[in-house]
Design a protein around this ligand. Structure first.
Ligand SMILES: NC(=O)c1ccc[n+]([C@@H]2O[C@H](COP(=O)([O-])OP(=O)(O)OC[C@H]3O[C@@H](n4cnc5c(N)ncnc54)[C@H](O)[C@@H]3O)[C@@H](O)[C@H]2O)c1
Length: 450
């Protein structure tokens, strides 16, 4: 596609979110604070990061949001669904990420946003009891109700486009079944109430049928099934997922590539967390934890490649634990003990104690995901957006390719995809120009005399 053909981000963008809890309320509160000039969007690539273009001596380093057409924060209109009818202000107060004092300047804006009744099924999230939810005979009827919600929200708010990001609770672990294998079988399953179709799949289906790009911030399968990948390609809609890359896994994907680059071996990696928010409560259920555990454990194998480096990485004991501990709320604490070995097999240890704030790390990731999804749609991209792997713990990928989990490769891929789409030179930081004296010499200017 020619860069002139990428449609500009004009008009309002509907941001539709199933799951209006801690991450969602932290995101919306933050966006409103940025709009009022009382906070900065730290952690967000789209808002803060610059991208180098051309050779180093060209000194072209625009902000990403100036380089590609990204929706303006002023143009975002938030809406969504939950099983509790708290406004975003009430949800933000309950999850205690920001204090009441910090929320005061944006109270009015947050109080106006109220969730629509959710599509919910307790079989998939055991530890929650809904107070508002949709009721219908079949799962297909529920999907149609969601499509109606999307249509109504967009027309009432006069939006020109929409995106959907799942920030709902982690659903219990399910494996891919026959009903997920094609769109035809999936649609039959919706009509026959297949027990293997979860609420997050119904939201994803409703989004894709409405030509709304969809991303999944949790580790449950959702759109990561052949049927919905097929629908996204058929309808020309981008999809991405799964599981926002924050906290301990972010640290893992920063550290593991470094150990591998220096050919240091790993014998064991023990990770444990305490967490006291609603997410922690949901993950206290074995089924939901299994989904999260799978997502968190998969990263080391793909980064360290034990099949290529058996001496270094084939014998790792990798353990991940999350313990629900209410006194901590959203202020998660994680500990990692990493047993490594070096020269002559000599053992060493690394300890990490990360006192993070779960939603403070997740909110900017969610913002970038929704803005890039919208950009991808306007750039004519469809199906799995592998270049957005940077934001996910368990990136969606083509079944014949292994996922890329190394944060630095993911970062390079993201920026190079933007360069490619904008017809700029790919930058891989190599090349022989440096040695062949082809580059323009940089002559430092003398300081101006006063
Ligand atoms: N906070 C992080 O750092 C982080 C990182 C990666 C992934 N995640 C995932 O993001 C999701 C949101 O995290 P959170 O901390 O905001 O959790 P949360 O519990 O505060 O919010 C989730 C919300 O989803 C609602 N919900 C559950 N099922 C629903 C359904 N079927 N439809 C609509 N709403 C539904 C719940 O009522 C709740 O309000 C979780 O799945 C979590 O595992 C969070």
């Amino acid at each position: 596609m020619k860069k002139e053909e990428i449609k500009k981000a004009e008009g309002k963008l509907a941001v539709l979110i199933p799951g209006m809890g801690a991450v969602t309320s932290t995101l919306i509160a933050g966006v409103e604070m940025v709009k009022k000039g009382i906070g900065k969007p730290f952690g967000s690539i789209t808002q803060m990061q610059r991208i180098r273009l051309g050779k180093r001596y060209e000194n072209r380093n625009p902000l990403i949001k100036e380089f590609v057409s990204i929706a303006n924060l002023e143009d975002l209109v938030f809406g969504g669904w939950d099983i509790y009818d708290d406004s975003i202000y009430e949800a933000a107060l309950k999850c205690e990420v920001f204090s009441q004092e910090q929320l005061r300047p944006v109270k009015d804006e947050l109080s106006e946003i109220k969730p629509m009744p959710a599509v919910f099924d307790k079989k998939f999230v055991k530890n929650l009891n809904p107070s508002i939810m949709k009721k219908a005979k079949t799962k297909m009827d529920l999907a149609l109700m969601l499509m109606e919600d999307i249509k109504k929200f967009c027309s009432e708010n006069k939006t020109s486009r929409a995106v959907m990001v799942w920030a709902g609770s982690t659903e219990v672990f399910i494996e891919e079944k026959d009903v997920h294998s094609s769109l035809k079988k999936f649609e039959e399953g919706l009509k026959k109430n297949s027990p293997y179709i979860s609420p997050s799949m119904i939201y994803a289906y409703a989004a894709l049928k409405s030509k709304v790009p969809y991303a999944n911030g949790a580790p449950n399968l959702s759109a990561d099934i052949p049927a919905l990948v097929e629908l996204s390609e058929l309808n020309g809609v981008p999809i991405a997922g799964k599981d926002f890359k924050t906290g301990q896994t972010l640290m893992k994907t920063i550290l593991a590539p470094g150990l591998k680059a220096r050919m240091l071996g790993v014998r064991g990696w023990y990770s444990t967390n305490i967490l006291g928010n609603r997410d922690g409560l949901v993950l206290d259920d074995e089924g939901s934890f299994k989904t999260k555990e799978k997502s968190k454990k998969s990263v080391l194998d793909t980064i360290l490649e034990p099949d290529l480096y058996p001496d270094l990485y084939s014998n790792i004991y990798h353990k991940v634990r999350i313990d629900y501990y209410p006194p901590r709320g959203d202020a998660k604490e994680g500990w990692d003990n990493i047993d490594i070995f070096g020269w002559m097999n000599m053992p060493m240890q690394i300890k990490i104690n990360f006192l993070c704030r779960d939603s403070i790390l997740a909110a900017p990731v969610m913002l970038d995901i929704l803005l890039f999804l919208d950009f991808a749609q306007r750039a004519g991209l469809k199906g799995i957006q592998e270049w957005m792997s940077f934001f996910f713990k368990s990136p969606m990928h083509r079944p014949d390719l292994k996922p890329e989990n190394d944060l630095f490769i993911q970062h390079m891929k993201l920026k190079n995809t933007l360069r490619l789409l904008m017809h700029e030179e790919i930058i891989d930081h190599s090349g022989l120009d440096y040695y062949e004296n082809k580059f323009k010499p940089i002559i430092p200017k003398p300081p101006k005399k006063k």
